[in-house]
Each structure stands twice: as C-alpha cells, then as structure tokens.
Design a protein around this ligand. Structure first.
Ligand code: KG4
Ligand code: ZN
Length: 362
C-alpha cells in the first residue's frame, strides 16, 4: 500500500515566519464519498508561527528589511520545531511547499531560498504556493477535528479573501476551479483597518485594535460605504479611510477622546463589514452558491465573521471560516493549498525552477 504523503510547508511572505507539517492520505476514503471518494484527506501534524509584531510595533508597520532579517534568524528554529512536533525528521518528508508570492520580496526570498537549499540537500521536490491560494484553502483546514472531506453539495462556493494586501471575491466551482469575480481597486480591507488605526494613534497591527475598540461603542456615526451599489464585484476602501480622516479633523480637540476613538472604530468597521457582506451575498444569489467561505487576516474580525454567519443561515447556505489563528498568515494554509494542488494534478518542481514573485496574482 502506498504510504501517506508528508508535506513540510513554509511561509515567509510578510512578517510571520511559519512552518507546518501536513499528512495527506494517499488512498481514497473507504467507503467512497458522495463525489466518488477522490477528495484529499488532510491532517495537520504541526503548525508553528513566529510573529514579528514586537519588531515592527515601534515603526507602526512592517519594515521589509527588518522583516527579512528576522525571517533569516527564525526560519531554522521554526522549521526544526515543526518537524520535531510532527515526529517526522527531514529525510521522511515527501515534498517541501513554500510561499513564492505575492508578498514583500525581501521576506519571500528568505523562505524560497531556504526551501531550495533544503530541496538541494534532501532531493525532495518543491511545491511553489501562491499565498492567496493558501488563504483560499485555509477554511478547509481542521474541520472537523483535524481532517476535512469535501462534499458535493458545497459548491459552487463564494469565497471572500480579506487580508492586509488583498480583498478578493472568488467563485469556486469546485475544489479545483475558481474564478476571481472582483477585487479592491485601491486599499485592501486590512490595509484600511491598519491605516485607520494609525490615524487614530493606535498600536500596530491596527486591525485587531480597531475591532477591540469597536466593541465598546454604540455610536450612530455613519461613514460612506464605497461601491456598495456598484454593479461589479470590486471594492474600494480608500474613500472610507479619507472620510474617517475628515471626521477626525472636524472634531474639537476636547471631544477627541478615547470614547470618540471607540465610536470611530465602530462606525468604520460597520461600513467596511457592510460593503464586504453585501457584495458577498449578492454574489451568492447571482451564482446560486451553496456555501460561503471567508479567509485572510481580516476574517479574524468578530463582526465580519458573525454577520456572514447570520446571513448564511438566513440564506440556508454553508459558511466556512478558519479558526482565528488560521486567518492570519501561517504555514498550515500553505500546506493545505499544496495538498489540493497535488490532488488536482500539480507536478512538484525541481528547485532550479523556483523563484519568488512579489506580484503573483490569484
Ligand atoms: O492575512 P494576513 O495575516 O496578512 C496578509 O496576507 O496581508 O492579514 C493581515 C491583516 C492586517 O491588515 C491586520 O490588521 C488584519 O489582517 N487583521 C484584522 C484583524 N486581525 C487581523 N482586521 C480586522 N479585525 C481583526 N480582528
Ligand atoms: Zn496573508
């Protein structure tokens, strides 16, 4: 009998150094599933994330060179820990999956070159993974328990990816075929959260801070919802950010206190979430989707998670969102995407064929 496939996955596209080990069942499930029993069964054996928040906090954002230096320092211990926790020494790994883009090029290069060196030393082929594909497949991890099997009635699926660098609405026809319906024409959703946080003098990373403060407000401030009624599936967040700026500038210094900041956070979050949810639901209706999935760092936002969950229930469609620690960058999602790539027929590559590409698109 063919042994299960073991994947070591690496992620260094921005400011998290991450490694994970995943096991993919080589044989189809028995008895076969509704679709004929060919879906991959994937188990996460370890997932290690070393965050760089403490390094970038004092700069109020990610400093690419500092990020790359930290990746260089952290990647070896992070990979060692992932292998040790999974109880799979390096020679027993079948494939090395690595994020090749999009992202910050100095950061990407560290993971990519490390993967190539591992490949050269061990002879194991590489699976180059698009970071956005990682987010797209991240809702399929750890469901339920640690393994997940796709069923026929999940597709078509509307997938919303909301991260620090991207806001993309996707139609997944099945676990292999997907089509981008729309994306942001300016700032990404997470970028808008981060910029509003900075404007309000809140610490980096801004997204979690904005959502924390938003919970403590019952404001009636209304900010605009850019492109909410546009016929396409594109998004725009820079006008919303500017509306927040003008509102702050309009306040008297005496009334610009902590409560005012909480109210602004709440009103901003409501506007951003409203646009994201409205467009997602419209796509669900237009394409007769049976499921919604939500991923990317902003998917950790409680308000967005809750709204989409409630609306999915009303529309009687499935809703998938990763655990919070699978929303922000990690290597488990890179391993998941690699497993689906293998399952969908991708042929792993020689290290000479691999290079980082900061502008890679989904
Ligand atoms: O996916 P991710 O870790 O990195 C990229 O691929 O960009 O996403 C990071 C983004 C940041 O903009 C961060 O502020 C945002 O996700 N984020 C949040 C929350 N947690 C992280 N935004 C809103 N609410 C949150 N709770
Ligand atoms: Zn990401």
């Amino acid at each position: 009998m063919k042994k299960n496939i073991i994947i070591l996955a690496l992620e260094t596209s921005c400011d998290e150094t991450a490694a994970a080990v995943l096991e993919m069942k080589a044989t189809p499930p028995n008895p076969p599933s509704a679709r004929g029993g060919m879906e991959p069964q994937i188990k996460t054996l370890s997932s290690v994330v070393k965050s760089q928040i403490s390094i970038h906090k004092s700069f109020g954002g990610v400093v690419p060179e500092a990020a790359a230096r930290a990746h260089v320092k952290n990647i070896l211990p992070v990979v060692q820990k992932a292998l040790l926790t999974a109880h799979y020494p390096l020679p027993t790994i079948d494939y090395i999956a690595v994020t090749v883009g999009p992202g910050l090029i100095p950061s990407l290069i560290v993971g990519v070159e490390f993967a190539k060196a591992l490949s050269l030393a061990t002879g194991k082929p590489i699976i180059p993974v698009n970071h956005l594909l990682g987010h797209l497949y991240s809702p399929f991890g750890r469901l339920p328990a640690t393994s997940y099997q796709l069923q026929a009635n999940l597709f078509p699926m509307i997938s919303l990816i909301v991260s620090g660098g991207h806001t993309i609405l996707t139609l997944m026809k099945n676990e292999k075929d997907y089509k981008v319906l729309g994306q942001t024409v300016d700032d990404a959703a997470g970028e808008a959260f981060d910029k509003v946080a900075k404007l309000l003098g809140l610490p980096y990373p801004g997204g979690p801070e904005v959502s924390r403060l938003a919970e403590k407000s019952k404001t009636h401030i209304q900010f605009p919802r850019p492109m909410i009624n546009s016929k396409d599936y594109n998004f725009s967040f820079s006008g919303l950010k500017t509306a927040v700026l003008y509102y702050v500038q309009s306040l008297q210094p005496t009334s610009y206190n902590l409560q005012a900041k909480k109210d602004i956070c709440k009103a901003f979050q409501e506007a951003a979430v409203d646009v994201l949810v409205t467009k997602t639901l419209r796509a669900v209706k237009e394409y007769g989707a049976k499921s919604i999935s939500l991923s990317g760092g902003v998917a950790a936002n409680l308000s967005l998670r809750e709204k989409l969950k409630v609306e999915s229930k009303k529309l009687k469609v499935n809703f998938f969102v990763p655990q919070k620690n699978l929303c922000t960058d990690n290597a488990e999602m890179v391993g998941l995407a690699a497993s689906f790539m293998l399952h969908n027929g991708f042929k792993p590559k020689n290290y000479r064929q691999i290079k980082a590409d900061s502008n890679l698109e989904l």
